[in-house]
Design a binder for this molecule. Structure first.
Ligand code: AMP
Length: 494
């Protein structure tokens, strides 16, 4: 954290910039099941890839809410039967969380819980609000006392301040104030609640187990418990489950969905079905499309594991060049992004991957990965392939160059740290040390998703990482109301 101050100079602004604007999470909720907490813990296991820094579950036993929130992996805490036993009740919501830099505070671990008038409310959030800081500032100015530095707490305050008699209307009042990306799962003493932002940027699906509804980020969390997938929650939909059944609300003007394309490229698990599309199949098609757009004369296609595997298979099948495992991954170290500093990240890459000399020595190889962010992974891996005797190394990336930062919960860094934002294609090739480098085109991504091309007037997906086309206002970044100190904290946070 260096010289960062612990005490914000500006009321309402969080004092740990690393904990601002950086939510990359998974959510799970179940209503009316005798094993609610244990099932939620299993669901969170399946969502571990969406957040590895902290996990939490809140349950309701008919009288009281119970909360267990810890730093670390799901299994570190929730494999322990004693912890599950402290979460009695037939309804529960859970959350896995991930943030990049700075210390993670226990008070930021979700689901957050508050005693409102007249009920308790627990909420978990996947996504990121683009006016979260602005709302926080207004609330704090108005006397709100914030316990955490997450956007999500703002939602609790907004629900608390609504004077509508029905819970759903209070929740909708809160949603109307929000900009950006959110998939929420919430729990009151009577209801399980879900909501997806008007564009449906982050995913949320409905499943059913033993007649009990489940809301969760990905279908892989349904598979792990043998639950049936029912449908995706629609963009702009608010859904409530209570003793009387399901109630769906559409409080926003209807608009075409724009789910985040990066879920398909990197973020979701390949065995999940997102928006009706199997992620694995989409990634293979992206690889095949890449082979058609940017072929390479080579002896072997080598995936960067695990993220590049489906695309590499697609590349291999489309090009007819054999697929082989030229890099072996150590599964017992976390994702490199977990490490806070560049130095440790670089070390992390070496911990994670090793060259399989038997496959690459003396060969012309095509390395396939899903994306380049800072260029750390690709640089290390090209060097590793050369050290292992590869004759030529051609890098193929199954997504377009990431030229713009994300503010919707995917957690790519600020512009100056994005390799493609600061380097031309040939400079990138030189930087990573490859003999050739090619990315999938933006239209190529849309082809892999089953479209002719990207519709420039009404893009079918949220794809700002590649196009700079942000589908919502970015109020926190642009608000003139921010002081220079706040803006510099925002910049540090990114
Ligand atoms: P970098 O080393 O910074 O270029 O990052 C690229 C690697 O990180 C690729 O292997 C990707 O699979 C992976 N990656 C891409 N986006 C993300 C993200 N948002 N969080 C964590 N890892 C990512």
């Amino acid at each position: 954290m260096g010289e960062m101050t612990r005490h914000s100079e500006v009321p309402g602004l969080p004092d740990e910039p690393g904990d601002v604007l950086r939510e990359k999470c998974g959510v799970f909720g179940i209503f009316g099941h005798p094993d609610a907490a244990a099932i939620t813990a299993l669901g969170l296991h399946a969502l571990q890839h969406r957040g590895q820094e902290a996990a939490g579950i809140v349950s309701f036993d008919g009288k009281r809410f119970h909360s267990e929130r810890r730093l670390g992996l799901v299994g570190d805490t929730f494999s322990d039967r004693r912890v599950i036993d402290r979460l009695p009740g037939t309804s529960a919501v859970g959350h896995v969380r991930y943030s990049t830099t700075g210390e993670t505070l226990l008070r930021n671990v979700q689901p957050l819980f508050a005693e409102l008038d007249p009920f308790g409310f627990a909420i978990g959030h996947n996504g990121n609000l683009t006016n979260g800081l602005t709302l926080r500032r207004e609330l704090v100015h108005d006397g709100a006392i914030m316990q955490s530095t997450t956007d999500t707490e703002v939602v609790l305050h907004l629900v608390a301040r609504s004077h509508k008699p029905r819970f759903v209307d209070r929740f909708i009042d809160a949603l109307r104030a929000l900009e950006g990306a959110y998939s929420f799962v919430g729990l009151t003493n009577k209801k399980l609640v879900g909501a997806r932002d008007p564009l449906g940027i982050r995913p949320l699906v409905l499943g059913m187990l033993d007649g009990c509804p489940i809301l969760t980020s990905e279908t892989c969390a349904l598979d792990i418990i043998g639950a049936k997938y029912v449908r995706d929650i629609e963009n702009g939909e608010v859904i409530i489950f209570d003793d009387k059944g399901a109630h769906s609300h559409k409080p926003f003007p209807p608009m075409p969905p724009r789910p985040c394309i990066f879920e398909y490229i990197y973020f979701a698990r390949p065995d999940s079905i997102v928006g009706g599309r199997p992620v694995y199949q989409v990634r293979k098609t992206m690889g095949a499309q890449l082979a058609a757009e940017s072929p390479a004369a080579a002896d072997v296609i080598v995936p960067v594991p695990d993220s590049g595997v489906p695309a590499a298979l697609g590349f291999s099948q489309a090009s007819g060049i054999p697929f082989d495992l030229g890099i072996i991954r150590n599964h017992y170290v976390g994702r490199t992004f977990i490490e806070p500093t560049q130095q440790i990240r670089q070390l992390g890459v070496r911990l994670k991957h090793n060259a399989n000399r038997a496959v690459v020595a003396g060969k012309r190889i095509v390395l396939v990965d899903d994306s380049i962010v800072r260029g750390t992974t690709s640089t290390k891996i090209v060097q590793m392939m050369r050290d292992a005797g590869a004759r030529e190394v051609h890098f193929r990336i199954a997504s377009p160059p990431i030229t713009h930062p994300d503010y919707y919960g995917i957690d790519t860094p600020d512009k100056d740290k994005l390799l493609a934002a600061t380097h031309s294609l040939d400079e990138m090739r030189q930087f990573i040390g490859a003999d050739s480098l090619a990315f999938l085109s933006v239209d190529g991504i849309y082809k892999a998703m089953g479209y002719e091309s990207r519709d420039p007037l009404r893009p079918q997906f949220t794809d700002h990482c590649f196009t700079g086309d942000y589908p919502t206002p970015l109020t926190d970044l642009t608000a003139a109301r921010h002081t220079p100190r706040q803006l510099s904290l925002l910049a540090e946070a990114s």
